[in-house]
Design a protein around this ligand. Structure first.
Ligand SMILES: [Zn+2]
Length: 302
């Protein structure tokens, strides 16, 4: 590939990497200093945005399929968020979902009493989200769903009570910059919830992929970055967040990303077995080792 750019570690700034593995298209490395996993070198950001991000996930049906598979996870996270919020006395709590897709999570949040806002780069997803949320403007007098990136949205400082990032943080070009911007627009005491793919799990899968390759088309999921509970926590600490809580995440239902080579019902059973196994490891190690394919981080701005 031409035009590749070589990057420093986004978490600690070092240029001290170790090659983990090569796939057909990318080289995956781990920082020797802090442990962050990332693709290096990588295509320039404008190519990545055009190829993957702006185009979204293809069709309205794909968005629906993903929403159905994550519905329970969304509802349970909203309950947790509501229970951790300070009681707002004069207005609805403001919630921003970054990478809000077709707005399904925002609809659920609104039904639980949040004043909802979204940021989304994909044109198709933005139009679907605006349709589902209606045309009423937000308190800044603009569309509830901003088309573009978080920095382009340029929200006022200390504006939101809650900010959520569902399975997208590993896809941004500069996670450290993103988290600094989130901190700026979050109120003091405000909450952040991040769900990412768990690199601890995906590295194990990668090592054993020759044994399980008959089950899934692409065993190791790798985006621009791969976070483990340790590296995600380090990133939140570096940005000045407090009360950081790392949690295992329930698995999505079915096969929303169409990776299975087997039937959906068999995949569901295997996923349930995997979840039970990960839960046992999590509890036996007193919640120190999180091996579920995805993980949650909750944190609070000081
Ligand atoms: Zn590093």
């Amino acid at each position: 590939m031409n035009n590749l750019e070589h990057i420093k570690c986004n978490l600690c700034g070092a240029e001290d990497e170790k090659l983990l593995f090569n796939t057909a298209t990318v080289r995956v490395v781990r920082c020797r200093r802090c442990g962050l996993t990332y693709i290096n070198p990588r295509p320039p950001m404008e190519n990545i945005l055009t190829t993957f991000v702006y185009s979204g996930i293809g069709s309205e049906q794909n968005y629906d399929k993903i929403n159905i598979s994550k519905d329970k996870i969304y509802r349970s996270a909203l309950k947790k968020i509501s229970s951790r919020l300070p009681i707002a006395d004069y207005r609805l709590p403001r919630l921003l979902d970054i990478g809000c897709s077709n707005g399904y999570f925002l609809q659920l949040a609104r039904s639980r009493g949040f004043d909802v806002y979204g940021v989304e780069p994909s044109k198709l997803a933005v139009s679907l989200a605006r349709k589902s949320l209606g045309t009423q403007n937000d308190s800044l007098g603009r569309d509830r769903v901003f088309e573009g990136t978080l920095k382009q949205a340029n929200f006022p400082s200390e504006y939101f009570d809650v900010i959520t990032l569902w399975d997208m943080f590993e896809q941004v070009s500069d996670p450290s910059g993103e988290i600094d911007e989130i901190k700026r627009i979050l109120k003091p005491g405000g909450l952040i919830l991040i769900r990412v793919r768990n690199m601890s799990f995906h590295l194990i899968v990668y090592r054993f992929q020759k044994y399980i390759g008959f089950l899934v088309t692409s065993p190791a999921i790798m985006h621009l970055y791969g976070f483990t509970p340790v590296t995600l926590k380090k990133m939140l600490i570096k940005a000045g967040f407090r009360g950081i809580c790392m949690r295992d995440s329930p698995l999505t239902k079915g096969d929303p990303y169409m990776q299975s080579k087997t039937t959906v019902w068999l995949m569901d059973i295997l996923k349930k077995m995997l979840f039970v196994l990960c839960k046992i490891v999590y509890l036996v190690t007193l919640r120190r080792i999180i091996l579920t394919p995805s993980l949650f981080a909750y944190a609070r701005k000081k």
